[in-house]
Design a protein around this ligand. Structure first.
Ligand code: WTA
Length: 636
């Protein structure tokens, strides 16, 4: 079935939540809670904030005096590390498992709240001994190992701002992010395990530092044991530092303003340079913990598995901070889902008794390919809820996930949100009836809508801009070092109405359910990863043979989208297979493996508007054999 007709069929498909799921859900009546939150958002969020610890209370819940620079819980003093760790070790949770970890080779480690707290305190002192102070930026370039959350929490504890760079990024992408954040300290690993092989993280880090020499100290976690270069006076082994007297377990948590920065996370936008979204301590902790608790109905006895990478917002919010704030037990896995066999995930669900699994459509489709026999070999009866994030989930994959993994008893929480939003925005709650492929309705406290060019709501079943009408506590506060860009990107479009522009298109059906269609800006989602066309294009034109390039996203069954690139060559270069391979390699080095085009074509010209903008939509229509639509602005 093609995608369109699959979605049409799904619209009339309704999955009612099983009675036992509703019986234990935190929120049993979505409409009632939603209505109450809409009436008075400030009161609603203040009530949620009361569930956390604050050193000092707020004076104002929401300060709207300088839009779009909204402030939450103004005047309050707090620290997210206090709510994630300090407060738990004073209770019975001291002995509860915070983190269960399995490495790709099969090794295991577990951390009680006490142990995680202690490691965090020790490492926080190590960072302090290197001169890291409140407000300083620390870049973290690691794989999925326990030291990654420890490093993030240690930064938060001393008031430093972490900037985690996904371990799949290349030296140039890492160098750009180090440079933008001006990080003097970099935390990395010798290497990471992936599909039975090692990825040389330290080597890439060395090259990045070479390009961006602001880094003074590098802390290296020993993981694979591979040979690495250690520069005397600059590079230190994590395990050695942690045995020194400076790594004392007594560490005072820095008292932060609610609005003090917690982290920067870079993401792709319409222009080449990645933008560093800035999140803060106060609002973010309230928003992530509330959304996780209500959407995934997390209970003390759960074993929660968010299978994302901590290098992305999903990992920040829902592997590290929200589960810890809630005092939950999280599971984290280092490697590839299909290593050494396609049953790896199902085997771990059985072994660890995972109760909630949260992953991305691309992973689901990838595992679905191997058929039912693999999950059927395992007892998956511990699961009670499933989740999806990162791109629209096609109804076919949804049904497979529901049937083969959830055995038709686990509702699927399809959560729509963004790096910018901090946490889930449009999402079911366990008590809400589901339609495969729809993220259903906005979370309580969130006013989302679909509007036309003028910002007026469109009729049911019509496409339009997905927008958010009212600020929420988890929203990014700015683009680091570039507030104008924050305004331009997200607020300029509907400035008068004060709407937040998501960059996605969507439609609402007759029941008010949201169907997110995809990006309308120049962002491509490949395997759920977010890439800007400009990033790919600038990587291509930085190669000596390429004069001009255009990149587009083409729908792909497995990966959601793949990249196709069109290049105009400089004179004297010949477009052949060898050059295609060279260009792919070049992009891999400049940006990373996820940015490598699936197809590169050499062309003599690119469709452009009279003002010189590349019309990617024309290229895409041509590639897909569709009508190119209105090309009245096309250059003659
Ligand atoms: C897309 C990831 C449809 C969307 C948390 C958004 C989704 C972008 C969904 C943000 C979903 C995320 N259904 N589309 N459930 N979740 N998206 O910043 O296009 O990496 O704008 O955050 O992913 O990607 P980001």
């Amino acid at each position: 079935m093609d995608r369109e007709s699959d979605i049409l069929a799904a619209e009339s498909e309704l999955y009612l939540p099983p009675a036992e799921v509703v019986a234990q859900a935190y929120i049993k009546d979505y409409d009632e809670v939603y209505e109450k939150a809409v009436q008075d958002p400030a009161a609603f969020w203040a009530e949620r904030a009361q569930t956390l610890d604050w050193y000092e209370p707020w004076e104002t819940v929401l300060d709207k005096s300088n839009p779009p620079f909204y402030k939450w819980f103004v005047g309050a003093k707090t620290n997210i590390a206090h709510n994630s760790l300090d407060r738990h070790v004073k209770t019975w949770r001291k002995n509860k498992l915070a983190l269960i970890w399995e490495g790709e080779p099969g090794d295991q480690r577990t951390f009680s709240y006490y142990r995680l707290w202690q490691e965090t305190c020790k490492f926080a002192n190590v960072l302090r001994s290197m001169g890291v102070k409140k407000g300083d930026r620390v870049t973290i370039y690691m794989g999925r190992v326990p030291e990654l959350p420890i490093a993030m929490l240690a930064c938060a504890k001393i008031g430093a701002v972490h900037s985690v760079v996904y371990g799949g990024f290349s030296e140039q992408a890492l160098a750009d992010r180090i440079e933008d954040a001006q990080s003097r300290v970099l935390i990395t690993q010798d290497g990471a395990w992936l599909r039975g092989k090692t990825v040389a993280l330290k080597k890439t880090a060395d090259e990045a530092i070479h390009r961006s020499p602001v880094v003074e100290h590098v802390i290296v976690v020993r993981r694979t044991g591979q040979d690495v270069y250690m520069e005397p006076g600059r590079d230190f082994w994590y395990d050695e530092l942690m045995t020194l007297p400076i790594a004392s377990p007594n560490c005072q948590t820095e008292v932060m303003d609610a609005e003090d920065p917690l982290f920067i996370l870079y993401t792709s936008g319409t222009t080449g340079k990645p933008k560093g979204l800035l999140h803060t301590h106060g609002g973010y902790q309230v928003y992530t913990s509330t959304t996780l608790q209500w959407v995934f109905d997390l209970k003390e006895e759960d074993r929660w598995w968010c299978a994302a990478d901590p290098g992305w917002i999903t990992g920040h919010s829902y592997i590290v901070y929200a589960p810890l704030i809630l005092g939950a037990t999280s599971f984290m896995y280092e490697g590839a889902p299909t290593h050494p066999y396609p049953n790896r995930w199902w085997k771990m669900i059985e072994n660890y008794g995972i109760t909630v699994l949260y992953t991305a459509p691309t992973a689901i489709r990838g595992l679905m390919r191997f058929g039912d026999a693999w999950p059927n070999r395992h007892d998956l009866s511990s699961l009670r809820l499933l989740g999806s994030v990162g791109e629209p989930i096609n109804p076919e994959a949804w049904r497979w996930y529901h049937r083969a993994i959830g055995k038709e008893k686990c509702p699927i929480m399809d959560t729509w949100w963004q790096t910018e939003t901090g946490g889930f925005m449009i999402t079911p709650l366990p008590s809400v009836p589901l339609k495969p492929g729809s993220a259903t309705r906005p979370f309580p406290g969130i006013e989302a809508d679909v509007v036309d060019e003028e910002g007026e709501p469109v009729a049911a079943n019509e496409d339009g801009y997905l927008i958010v009408k009212h600020p929420w506590p988890g929203m990014a506060r700015t683009v680091y070092g570039d507030p104008d860009r924050y305004i331009d990107q997200y607020w300029r479009r509907f400035q008068e109405k004060g709407y937040y522009l998501t960059g996605d298109s969507a439609r609402k059906d007759d029941d008010g359910y949201f169907w997110v269609i995809g990006r309308i800006d120049d962002v491509i989602k490949v395997s759920g990863y977010r890439l800007g066309t400009a990033e790919i294009e600038s990587a291509l034109v930085s190669h000596e043979a390429v004069a001009e390039a255009a990149a587009i996203g083409i729908p792909d069954e497995l990966r959601g989208n793949v990249i196709w690139a069109y290049c105009i060559l400089r004179s004297g270069y010949e477009g052949n297979e060898r050059l295609i391979d060279q260009l792919k390699d070049h992009v891999r080095h400049e940006t990373g493996p996820i940015a490598v085009p699936a197809k590169i074509e050499f062309v003599n010209s690119l469709p452009k508007t009279r003002s010189g903008k590349i019309m990617r939509r024309v290229l895409k229509a041509q590639a897909l054999g569709q009508d190119v639509g209105d090309i009245s602005t096309l250059e003659a």
